[in-house]
Design a protein around this ligand. Structure first.
Ligand SMILES: [Zn+2]
Length: 72
């Protein structure tokens, strides 16, 4: 099946070309990521390009009055 170029959407995770007119396919394959402004699925990511807002392993927690508490 040929998809006209203007209706093609490449899934940023697995690289599959989806038809933007086919809403069922769009919804079943993945979802639009508002943060990254990209369409992504749950497949293995091709490139590691995460916008990490959460810091993994960060021991500092912030209180309501913006005082950092070191949990270590
Ligand atoms: Zn995909």
């Amino acid at each position: 099946m040929m998809i006209p170029a203007e209706h093609q959407l490449e899934c940023r995770t697995c690289g599959q070309i989806l038809d933007m007119r086919d809403l069922g396919q769009m919804l079943s394959h993945g979802q639009w990521n508002r943060e990254t402004q990209r369409y992504e699925c749950q497949d293995e990511p091709r490139d590691v390009e995460y916008t990490s807002s959460r810091k993994v392993g960060d021991p500092i927690e912030w209180t309501k009055d913006k005082t950092p508490i070191n949990l270590n």
